[in-house]
Ligand binder design. Structure first.
Ligand code: HEM
Length: 409
């Protein structure tokens, strides 16, 4: 979708309390095209207004407010009483069911109780114990293409890598890899709604069966820990355990795949920075922070629980707010030359993993995956680049992604 096409966006659903000069008739979910870097397209919209209203939003047919300033974004994310997460994902609705994605769709104090269950299961210590397996998966996927002279990075690495790590995290055997990869592709990238719903149901059925099995025979894994967890002294329900497992599945796959795809596109287009990492692997952890900032792929939503104002803009109970984490990354009020990717940046306060109580509980695992991928690709592979004339298909959405990234070496 380009700027001319935005004229086709229907503004009839915009609520009466939204001033006309704050409406930006642009479908942010549909930014697409090989010539359109979704981060650049988004960032250009900052000039329209600090806070504007998009008539198109996935979880609210009337549209959503969009915040562009990091300060306003943090204000909303750290006030869950006024800006609630209830009902933001819509995954169970897809199946005609009502369970929540946990802890994402809970507000404090209930959220805090469930976070307390998950924090130790995904702590730095737990993730350090996974490191060997993460590296082995990474190397195996690289070895499979190393002698081919090139690959589609998305299919060969970005998508399968986090699926393998999810199986490891859940204590599931690698034989399930093809099945889970297929479910993941159908659920998130399926061409028809029927295909997506069928995948959503198949994943739910598999997880329900796994939960029942771990209840009968607990082992030392994440699902068994969830099954045995208690909130207010009571065991958590099967729907709550399902909500946790389902969120770990959808939360940790395309976020990592999309991030890796953008990082490798950047490195393929900037051979000097690629070389910098090859020569100085100690820089990779900082490089990942800078790439997280400049390619913050996730958009999160909140619903306003009582009439309020954000930076002087009146919002009504029930309004939806779309928080594109990348707007905070490029806020010139907080970051010098925000558009420059600088691996030696000393101050880097990005919110790619969100902010406030819902800050990504998988961030330690995500960082491990991203760092390991950069370490092994730069250690094992010669300089890689995008072949001239090859199309890289990027798009915006709830998670900004790349569909195809041809690389050669
Ligand atoms: C680069 C990769 C990742 C990015 C950019 C990312 C981003 C995010 C963001 C922005 C949120 C906040 C949502 C909100 O505020 O509404 C979040 C929450 C969450 N993420 Fe991640 N994530 C990544 C990887 C992972 C992984 C690998 C896992 C699983 C192990 C995971 C599990 C979760 C969970 C369970 C939540 C909900 C936390 C809560 O509500 O308290 N994420 N993530």
């Amino acid at each position: 979708m380009n700027v001319q096409e935005s004229a086709r966006v229907d503004t009839a659903s915009v609520p009466a309390h939204v001033p006309a000069d704050r409406v930006v008739p642009y479908d942010l979910l549909r930014i697409s095209g090989s010539d359109q870097d979704p981060f650049k397209v988004m960032n250009a919209l900052r000039t329209k207004a600090d806070i504007f209203y998009t008539p198109v939003h996935f979880s609210n047919s009337a549209g959503a407010w969009v915040l562009t300033r990091a300060e306003d974004i943090r204000h909303v994310l750290q006030n869950p009483q006024l800006f609630s997460s209830q009902g933001v994902s819509g995954f169970s609705k897809l199946l005609g069911e009502t369970w929540d994605m946990i802890p994402l769709e809970l507000d404090p104090p209930r959220h805090t109780q469930f976070r307390a269950i998950l924090n130790p299961l995904l702590s730095p210590v737990k993730i350090a114990q996974m490191q060997e397996g993460i590296r082995a998966s990474c190397i195996e996927l690289i070895d499979a293409v190393a002698n081919q002279g090139g690959c589609d990075f998305v299919e060969a690495f970005a998508k399968p890598f986090p699926v393998r790590i999810f199986l490891q995290l859940m204590g599931l055997p690698l034989e399930l890899f093809d099945q889970f990869l297929k479910w993941n592709n159908s659920l998130l990238f399926g061409e028809s709604m029927e295909e997506r719903i069928a995948a959503a149901a198949a994943i739910r059925d598999y997880l329900r069966q796994l939960i029942a099995e771990r209840k009968k025979n607990p082992v030392k894994d994440l699902v068994s820990s969830a099954v045995q967890a208690r909130v207010d002294g009571e065991p958590i329900t099967d729907d709550e355990i399902l909500g946790i497992c389902y969120l770990l599945f959808v939360g940790g796959l395309d976020t990592v795949a999309a991030s890796l795809s953008f990082y490798f596109r950047h490195l393929a287009m900037h051979p000097q920075q690629q070389q910098q990492l090859r020569e100085n692997p100690a820089l990779i952890a900082e490089a990942v922070e800078e790439l997280l900032r400049t390619h913050a792929v996730v958009m999160v939503s909140r619903f306003v629980t009582a009439d309020t104002e954000v930076a002087g803009v009146a919002m009504k109970q029930g309004d939806c707010i779309a928080i594109y984490t990348s707007f905070a990354s490029f806020d010139p009020a907080e970051i010098d030359h925000p558009e420059v990717v600088d691996f030696n940046r000393s101050l880097n306060r990005h919110i790619a993993f969100s902010y406030g109580p819902h800050r990504c509980v998988g961030s330690h695992l995500a960082r491990r995956e991203l760092i390991t991928a950069l370490e092994e690709w730069t250690r094992r592979m010669p300089e890689f680049r995008i072949p001239s004339g090859a199309a890289v298909k990027m798009h915006g959405g709830v998670v900004f992604s790349i569909d195809r990234l041809p690389l050669v070496w």
